[in-house]
Structures are given as structure tokens and as C-alpha cells.
Design a protein around this ligand. Structure first.
Ligand code: NDP
Length: 341
């Protein structure tokens, strides 16, 4: 164990749930004690994710006071004697709690040492949203790997997939992954600039949700058939349209609440088209060390090979996290928002 563990640190504390004003910048937070199996990471870049806003507002309850933040990359500065790897000095990335701070204690099993080709900035920009996209495409949509022989069995056209918020952080990753898996991708996005980004991400068709009738356009694009799989992180505002756009025997994967949570659903509504409705969560696909390691390794290989690109909207100083949340929630952003510690 290193003897230089600091006693205090800076970070963002939530003492009550609410708007962005409850994100309080503190410079005198105690550094918690290093427990068995944990290491201390000096965070460099923290990823901002929509889930951070749910913990801020209380949509997802958590004990207060809370240092929120779910992903970061940095360097290991201390390890508990029970930990054999990684060692002090290793560059790492992780998905774990309390990332909005200078230092975070992380179970050693949740750390992924960074390959030389991946910077801490790229790692913090891509881990949570990239893993979400990769696991959802593979497991929720059950699309075979691009290298799987079924791609060469004469299936000339892949399944239809629709991604809402296709220029957003997770949406950008989903579009790229779906396209790489051979799907015919339709992206929705709000405004001309975002539609261009969705197209550049690999969506063959884009629908502007601010100016176009999304359901009618999707019907037109698919020749009336509908789409086989819909990825919806917008939630309340788009769910009803999903049931209109999904094809017979298709899948609707509602995975977020950017416009609010979807109200309880009458399952009888699914019978009209034998729809599979699911609510996938990343954490359920990377619950074991093996799953987490294999998917993370694959994600960074895709990024290092240039097959998946990460676009950063803005790097905000950690002190300005309230501005980052405001921008994210007001639909102003594209790609990933990062905090610099
Ligand atoms: P995004 O970068 O996608 O930002 C949210 C986007 O949602 C906006 O830019 C906007 O795009 C769209 N949107 C539509 N309506 C609204 C609204 N009323 N308020 C705000 N945004 C709206 O954010 P993230 O990539 O961080 O997250 C996207 C979704 O994915 C979230 O719901 C998040 O919770 C979910 N998620 C779920 C995971 C899981 O495991 N289940 C894991 C990771 C993310 P536009 O203007 O183009 O419509």
C-alpha cells in the first residue's frame, strides 16, 4: 500500500435531490478508508452519463449525501495489501460509484488496465456507453458477431434497427455497433446538425424528430414492414410510437428515461404484433468478471482499430458539472460529455 494517501480531496457532493443547483463543489471531502480488495484511483477524466442526472434528481434513489458519477479513467495511486493487481502507477478505467471526485476507491476487479493505444480521455469517453451499445447489440438484439459464419450464409440484408437520439453518446455508439453487425440502421435525432452526425455514425436513414413525422417516415423507409429492433433511451415521449414502428415479432428495448420513465404498460398491447418488450441494463450484461473483461477488451480493440469512433462534445472542468448536466438535459449535446479532474 502507498503511504501517500491524501486525507482530503475535491469533488461534487449531492446532499439533497433536485436540479443542477444541488451539485455542490467541495474541496474538503474526506478520502474514505481503503478496504479489502480496493484500490485508490486518481481520476483524470470522468464520463458524464444520463444516469448521473437520475441520481441527482432522485429518480433512481440512493442514500445521501452522495458523490455520484459512474465512470472514470486515471491512475492507481494506492492498493490495499489484499490486492495483487493492478499495481500502483497502472493507468485504468472503471465503471463504479462516486467518480465525481479527485480520488475514488474502486474494487480491484472493476478496474480495466488500459492498453497502450487507449488514452485516459478516450477510455473515459467510451467505456460505459460503448459497453452499453456492444452488449445490447449482442445480447438484447441477439445479433451475431460480424465474424460469425451466419453473416456469410447468403443473408443479404440485415435486420432493421432503429436508434433514438442517434447523435447522442449512447446512440452514437449503438448506431456504429449496429452498422458493424450488418443491421440496416435508421436513426432519429433532433435537428439538422444532429441528423448529419447520426448519418456519419453509420445510420443509413435519419429522421429529424423535430420536423418530421417519425412513424410515417419509418413506415415509408421500411416499405410498411416496420423495424425488427428499436433501441429507445428517450422513454416516455417515444414509447407509444415504438409500438407503432416495430415489426411483427420485433423487439422494443427501452433502456432509458431521457424524457421521463415509461408509465406502466398494459401487456395486452404487445399481442397485436407478438412484440418482445425489454428493459436492458448494462450492469446485468457485465455482472461477472469474465463478462466485464471480455466485453471491455473487445470494445478497446474496436476503438484501437478505428472501427468505433468516440466523439467528445466538450470537456468541462469538474467544478462545472452543473453546466454539463444542464447541457445534457436540454438536448444541446452530441457525443460524450467529459469532466476533467
Ligand atoms: P444522450 O447523449 O443520448 O442525450 C440524451 C438525448 O436524448 C438528447 O440529446 C436528445 O437527443 C434525446 N432526447 C429526446 N427527448 C429528450 C428530452 N425530453 N430530454 C432530454 N433528452 C431528450 O445521453 P446518454 O447517451 O447519456 O443516455 C441516453 C439514454 O441512454 C439515457 O436515457 C440513459 O439513461 C440511457 N442509458 C441506459 C443504459 C442502460 O444500461 N440501460 C446505459 C447507458 C445509457 P435528440 O435531440 O437527438 O432527440
Amino acid at each position: 500500500m502507498s503511504s501517500s494517501i491524501p486525507t482530503h480531496m475535491s469533488g461534487v457532493l449531492i446532499e439533497e435531490n433536485g436540479g443542477v443547483e444541488v451539485l455542490k463543489w467541495k474541496t474538503d471531502l474526506p478520502v474514505p478508508e481503503l478496504k479489502e480488495g480496493e484500490v485508490l484511483v486518481r481520476n483524470e477524466f470522468v464520463g458524464v452519463n444520463y444516469i448521473d442526472t437520475y441520481f441527482r434528481t432522485g429518480l433512481y434513489p440512493a442514500p445521501l449525501p452522495l458523490i455520484t458519477g459512474k465512470e472514470a479513467a486515471g491512475t492507481v495511486i494506492a492498493v490495499h495489501p489484499s490486492v495483487t493487481t493492478p499495481s500502483v502507477g497502472t493507468r485504468v478505467v472503471y465503471i463504479a460509484d462516486h467518480a465525481y471526485a479527485t480520488y475514488t476507491f474502486v474494487p480491484s476487479t472493476k478496474l480495466f488496465p488500459l492498453p497502450a493505444a487507449i488514452t485516459t480521455q478516450v477510455a473515459a469517453s467510451s467505456l460505459l456507453q460503448g459497453l452499453t451499445a456492444l452488449t445490447f447489440v449482442r445480447e438484447a438484439a441477439a445479433l451475431p458477431r460480424p465474424t460469425d459464419p451466419s453473416h456469410k450464409l447468403g443473408i443479404s440484408e440485415g435486420p432493421w434497427a432503429l436508434v433514438h437520439a442517434a447523435a447522442g453518446g449512447t446512440g452514437s455508439m449503438l448506431v456504429q455497433m449496429l452498422a458493424a453487425h450488418g443491421a440496416r440502421v435508421i436513426g432519429t435525432a433532433g435537428g439538422e446538425g444532429k441528423c448529419k452526425i447520426a448519418k456519419a455514425n453509420g445510420a443509413q436513414w435519419v429522421v429529424d424528430n423535430r420536423t418530421e413525422d417519425v412513424v410515417a417516415r419509418v413506415r415509408e423507409i421500411t416499405g410498411g414492414r416496420g423495424v425488427d429492433v428499436i433501441f429507445d433511451g428517450v422513454g416516455k415521449a417515444t414509447f407509444d410510437s415504438d409500438l407503432e414502428m416495430v415489426a411483427r415479432k420485433g423487439t422494443v428495448a427501452v433502456f432509458g428515461n431521457a424524457s421521463g420513465p415509461v408509465p406502466p404498460v398494459d401487456v395486452l398491447r404487445l399481442g397485436a404484433k407478438n412484440v418482445k418488450l425489454m428493459r436492458p441494463v448494462l450492469f446485468g450484461y457485465i455482472a461477472t468478471d469474465e463478462e466485464r473483461y471480455a466485453y471491455t477488451k473487445e470494445l478497446f480493440e474496436l476503438i484501437a482499430a478505428g472501427k468505433v469512433n468516440v466523439k467528445v462534445h466538450e470537456v468541462y472542468p469538474l467544478e462545472e458539472v452543473a453546466r454539463a448536466h444542464t447541457d445534457l438535459e436540454s438536448r444541446k449535446t452530441t457525443g460524450k460529455l467529459l469532466l476533467k479532474v
